[in-house]
Write a protein that binds this ligand. Structure first.
Ligand SMILES: C[S@@+](CC[C@H](N)C(=O)[O-])C[C@H]1O[C@@H](n2cnc3c(N)ncnc32)[C@H](O)[C@@H]1O
Length: 212
């Protein structure tokens, strides 16, 4: 298992590009972006908070969650945009959630970072956080490794069909696409999916949330 705190302390963080994910800024420019009307967006595995601040710059209240106290310390050390905050915690635990409400989630490089055996627990945890009609927008890094390269995660690769199957019990898929923008080297390797939380009592129906 990866010792994330140790990696942050050692600054062994090759995933940290120093700015928010290009597919996030691309999506935030789309008038149909479901995050634009969100009351508060959770960013699980936020690292040093680049995506959290990107959301805040668009006027979207956002909370970054990370297991690593050092990552959260670094996120808090950056000048505040306004509307963002950070919490140290494990996404699989509930304690950090007390007193916090979210109607949307932005997933980016957390799903591919956790052990693949935890993926169904991840989908269930995200579903538990959101009310019916809440949105999970996922930017899934499907193919981090080149052909012939040793696929030694994290990041762990994934397939679209696998992701659909994991989220289907809790979410309906509203849209999907390969983003046009990417960090250098990630072009064509990512998949953006917008999911909407189903009503737990009626898995076929997703009630509309306040988010556009
Ligand atoms: C690959 S990094 C990505 C960070 C950030 N999303 C980015 O792209 O810059 C994965 C992050 O998830 C965090 N993480 C891993 N497991 C976690 C868990 N169970 N709960 C919360 N955060 C977790 C790690 O500490 C790490 O900062």
């Amino acid at each position: 298992m990866t010792d994330w705190e140790q990696r942050w302390r050692a600054s062994d963080t090759p995933w940290d590009k120093g700015y928010g994910a290009p597919p996030l800024s691309e999506y935030l420019e789309d008038p149909a972006c479901v995050l634009l009307g969100a009351r508060r967006v959770l960013v699980p595995g936020c690292g040093s908070g680049h995506d959290v601040r990107e959301l805040a710059r668009c006027g979207i209240p956002a909370t970054g969650l990370d297991l690593s106290p050092t990552a959260i310390e670094r996120a808090r050390a950056v000048a505040r945009v306004g509307g963002e905050d950070y919490v140290t915690g494990d996404l699989f635990a509930r304690g950090w959630r007390v007193g916090r409400d979210f109607d949307a989630i932005w997933e980016h490089t957390c799903f591919c970072a956790i052990d693949p055996s935890l993926r169904s627990s991840y989908a269930a945890a995200m579903a538990e956080i959101l009310p019916p009609g809440g949105h999970l927008v996922g930017l899934f890094f499907l193919t981090p490794w080149d052909e012939g390269e040793e696929a030694k995660g994290p990041p762990f690769e994934s397939r679209r069909e696998e992701i659909e199957a994991l989220f289907a019990p809790f979410f309906e898929r509203l849209s999907e696409r390969v983003p046009s923008r990417a960090y250098p080297g990630r072009e064509g390797r990512e998949w953006r999916v917008v999911f909407r939380r189903r009503s737990p009592g009626n898995p076929e129906v997703a009630e509309p949330s306040g988010a556009a």
